[in-house]
Ligand binder design. Structure first.
Ligand code: COA
Length: 260
């Protein structure tokens, strides 16, 4: 697929996906959602990609939300389809078996905040602002915000954001656990790539099983989670990388992971 609103490159096992509609603050129109779905399909099927970094073009916005010009035309049925499609694509990102890091380079509002929430980790530039301003438009979040925000921060803070529509600064987002790190705008992509590079240097079987184990806590009880962890731990013990990683430590050398 030839992308109109997305830039995509793969380097050293890291895929960088950039939402590229800077004149509309990278707002997600239908075409951009389709392109995101397509790009994440190809990332899923590409064994050369170990980690994904998702960001926005320009220095002002990560994604300023769903495209409001399209929201304005929705009725009950098309609204349902709109929400189902966004949720399908964001769920695909969330359930990808490779880590996805959002580098939030400015406004992450509405669908932008929801997109960042669907990623596994979030870094933010100092000027980043997070918000769920849907109530200002007379609507509610429809790309997972009512579900994921309360799971990432607490439900009272999530409700405050969703019911007031107020934006939260990068500093506040860091304080409430919405972002992992705040980084100067000029350094954001490189420092986020450094985190991604650290992950690419590990045995990828272990990375994927660890990701699967941690993300499973979204849906199951602690007891079920511990039992799930045990089964994944047993699996990872059967990989070549687990033998290599432990042997390398004991032999005081760097591991040569084969991702098997
Ligand atoms: N959908 C469609 N277009 C959007 C958009 C969105 N979510 N967010 C910004 N844009 C467009 C603006 O309409 C404007 O386009 P124009 O130059 O053709 O008029 C352009 O992006 C620049 O935005 P502008 O509003 O002029 O920038 P600003 O610096 O004054 O304000 C924001 C920045 C983010 C505060 C403001 O754009 C905003 O509130 N956006 C909507 C946020 C929102 O409600 N998102 C949730 C949607 S569910």
């Amino acid at each position: 697929m030839n992308y109109k609103n997305i830039l995509f490159e793969i380097k050293n096992h890291i895929a960088v996906v950039t939402i590229n509609r800077p004149d509309k603050l990278n707002a997600l129109n239908g075409q951009t959602i389709d392109e995101l779905e397509d790009v994440f399909h190809s990332i899923k099927n590409d064994p050369d990609v170990f980690v994904v970094v998702l960001t926005g073009s320009g220095e002002k916005a990560f994604v300023a939300g769903a495209d409001i010009s399209e929201l304005n035309k929705l009725d009950v049925l098309s609204g349902k389809e709109f929400s189902e499609k966004g949720n399908r694509v964001f769920r695909m990102i969330e359930t990808l078996d490779k880590p996805v890091i959002a580098a939030v380079n400015g406004f992450a509002l509405g669908g932008g905040c929801e997109l960042a929430l669907a990623c596994h980790m979030r870094t933010a530039s100092e000027n980043a602002k997070f918000g769920q301003p849907e109530v200002n438009l007379g609507i509610i979040p429809g790309y997972g915000g009512t579900q994921r925000l309360a799971r990432v921060i607490n439900s009272a803070r999530a409700l405050e954001m969703i019911l007031t529509g107020d934006m939260v600064s990068a500093e506040e987002a860091y304080r409430i656990g919405l972002v992992n790190k705040i980084i100067a705008q000029a350094e954001l992509l490189n420092r986020t790539l450094e985190i991604a590079e650290k992950i690419t240097a590990k045995g990828q079987q272990a990375v994927r099983l660890a990701l699967k184990a941690v993300k499973a806590t979204d849906n199951i009880s602690l007891a079920e989670g511990l039992s799930f962890e045990t089964s994944l731990f047993a699996l990872v013990c059967g990989t070549e990388d687990s033998k290599e990683g432990t042997a390398a430590f004991l032999e005081k050398r760097k591991p040569q992971f084969k991702h098997r």
